[in-house]
Design a binder for this molecule. Sequence first.
Ligand SMILES: CC(C)(COP(=O)(O)OP(=O)(O)OC[C@H]1O[C@@H](n2cnc3c(N)ncnc32)[C@H](O)[C@@H]1OP(=O)(O)O)[C@@H](O)C(=O)NCCC(=O)NCCS
Length: 284
Amino acid sequence: MIKDTFAGLRAEIERFEHQIPSGSEAEALAAFERLVEALRRGEARAAERDEHGVWRANGWVKSGILLGFKLGRVQSVHESSSFPFFDKHTLPLRPAILEDGVRIVPGGSAIRDGAFIAPGVVCMPPMYINIGAFVDEGTMVDSHALIGSCAQIGKRVHLSAAAQIGGVLEPVGALPVIIEDGVLVGGNCGVYEGTVVRANAVLGAGVILTGSTQVFDLVYDRVYRRDGDSPLEIPTGAVVVPGSRPVQTEPGRSAGIHLSTPVIVKYRDEKTETSARLEDLLRR
Ligand SMILES: CC(C)(COP(=O)(O)OP(=O)(O)OC[C@H]1O[C@@H](n2cnc3c(N)ncnc32)[C@H](O)[C@@H]1OP(=O)(O)O)[C@@H](O)C(=O)NCCC(=O)NCCS
């Protein structure tokens, strides 16, 4: 069981989930602001792992984030710039100070408030981190990478250039994308729709994982896929590369059509460590 340390805030947010009664806007906004603060500190999470390793979405957190979208009115941001931005007033950029211990290289990057970024994270421009995301210690977010809303990224994860971690806000009960500790997400990968990538797995460049993707495990001769409420899970230490499988039905079979299918070619070994060695110097 996951301890519910936010029972009061949760009840308040659930009260406004379907409707904000006229005259209660200020109360709803205050609840949203408390949630954003808890998310920014990494205390509240959009999804949590229980003692059995099962990740569960915190629907109330996602409802709370949606509350901010409902309450927000579009306003001008950074008016002094010759290229202004316009966004909901409830969704400002995350305040950042040197003492956060996060290295943010200038140039086209943004982090929305309500995201937790642990010390030691490196953000290479341009990149974007959305509300509700949790990014743990020592993770590298390389250029053109996206960490979508509510995604949970573990410690010492390497999100390579142009890796796209999709956001999952709705439905509120849906699990966001989970990338556990030590995972290497190769360049141009896409991980979407609540996929769980277990610790130390390696996604080779260009692997795309969605809720409909079948992943073939050549080592254990089995297929991983989403099953009802259970998300697609990439096992611990799996090395996944892009692949294809022939269509078995007509007219695709006769036409020689293949569908793209990621393949687990092996489990992490010394050779993988050499291929995937993280540049520790880049992270200091
Ligand atoms: C997955 C990866 C780490 C290689 O891991 P590895 O453990 O060294 O893999 P190996 O070289 O032992 O390959 C095992 C098998 O998978 C195949 N394979 C490896 N990587 C592959 C890839 N990306 N696409 C297709 N097949 C691949 C190999 O050809 C080999 O097949 P074989 O046994 O039939 O010869 C590497 O291919 C990769 O994608 N790295 C990420 C690079 C990247 O995105 N960098 C970003 C920097 S910003």
